[in-house]
Design a protein around this ligand. Sequence first.
Ligand SMILES: [Zn+2]
Length: 160
Amino acid sequence: MAILERNTRNIDNRYWNPGAEAFPVKNRYTAGVAGQRFFEELKENGRLFGSRCEDCNITYVPARIYCERCFNRLADKDWVDVGTEGTIFSFTFVHESKSGETKESPSLIAAIKIADSLLIHRLGETDEDSLQIGIRVKAKLKPQAKRKGGIEDIDYFKPL
Ligand SMILES: [Zn+2]
């Protein structure tokens, strides 16, 4: 279920069938005012937005409506297009699936510094030997028709 879809049956949220393949979370997740706009920009225009607090000299990604340091309200004028590139702050290999089974090939997950924030996401089009902390990466977005308004609209980040 994409982030912008709504659950119409609240009863579906009340229990979990352990035999089911997936946890049946179908409630509407709200990303909040800033989060919704952030994901709509990602879905419609393929852009990543942050919000900047001039008093603290910090740009948050994803964008927020309040500065978590000084509690200033961050208005529309504070929204900034931060581009789709970042720097690998840290990375790791994931050898197990969500269900605990060993994966045939490990996934690469990184903390990517964009503006003054870290975004956790997959890495692609790379390998263990060429990865280093500090290298620049760029978001590889899904085609616009396949985007759903969530962080999965970014397929992965790849080295520049
Ligand atoms: Zn601030």
